[in-house]
Design a protein around this ligand. Structure first.
Ligand code: HEM
Length: 225
């Protein structure tokens, strides 16, 4: 486990850690939003990574749904990137996002097949103004997700992610852009690449999660159902 210190400098916040970690995820403290995230740096192009960061409340009860905050920082040539909370494309919440001008759009998706994932109301997002931005190299969003940690993994079984340990995640991305970037129901091209990792939730625990959500939520950009 490595500790990455956040600073208030925009460039430093968006800086991505070189992919030299022995473990899949590292701790990232974001002084802008106040959350402590567990971060995975997904390999993108040579010398580039996409940072997927998750923050959860301390003391969440195993087996019970809980909220999570997701923050993603992606190079500007990423057309869209997505996170699969159950570690596969099918039957779990897909958090798909892309840049939109100086901001970003988050799109809630779900699919039961390896085909275009449709909008999903089982997970909803509040996109925070703080921590959602772009600069000359990266775009980034920060959002609260309700419905990402517990989901219908099959018609007979609900899966709840372990708040105290590692969960298998998957990412996917494409350099192709969505057809209508200002809309969270836009279509987008199939992925160029996908892969899996183990994301540690224990080190993503925030004792002050509720107050941090309230602080950042008061400045929410949009609500995505
Ligand atoms: C345009 C939308 C999409 C299409 C048409 C699509 C299609 C497919 C297809 C056909 C496969 C089978 C393997 C292959 O041929 O490479 C696959 C696999 C996969 N896709 Fe997608 N996909 C889309 C979006 C997404 C999104 C948004 C995610 C995650 C956020 C995702 C994650 C994955 C993963 C992790 C796999 C590996 C197999 C699995 O774990 O289920 N895909 N996709």
């Amino acid at each position: 486990m490595r500790l990455i210190s956040g600073t208030t400098a925009v460039a430093a916040l968006m800086a991505l850690v070189p992919e030299t970690l022995a473990a899949d995820s590292a701790v990232f403290r974001d002084s802008e939003t106040g959350f402590t995230f567990s971060q995975y740096s997904a390999p993108y192009k040579i010398g580039k990574t996409i940072a997927f960061r998750v923050a959860v409340p301390s003391g969440a009860t195993p087996g019970q749904p809980y909220d999570a905050v997701i923050q993603v920082a992606a190079p500007n040539d990423v057309g869209w990137c997505g996170l699969a909370w159950g570690g596969r494309m099918t039957n779990d919440p897909l958090t798909v996002a892309w840049a939109n001008g100086q901001s970003a759009v988050v799109s809630s998706r779900f699919t039961t097949q390896h085909s275009f994932p449709q909008p999903y109301t089982g997970a909803s997002y509040e996109v925070f103004r703080t921590g959602t931005k772009s600069n000359s190299t990266h775009w980034q969003y920060t959002a609260l997700c309700r419905g990402c940690t517990s989901f219908p993994a099959s018609s007979s079984r609900n899966t709840t992610l372990n708040p105290n340990g590692a969960n298998t995640f998957a990412f996917a991305y494409a350099s192709g852009k969505p057809s209508n970037p200002s809309s969270n129901t836009s279509s987008f091209p199939v992925h160029d690449s996908y892969n899996y990792w183990s994301h540690d939730f224990a080190s993503a625990a925030n004792p002050d999660f509720v107050s941090l959500v309230a602080r950042n939520s008061g400045r929410a950009l949009e609500f995505v159902a």
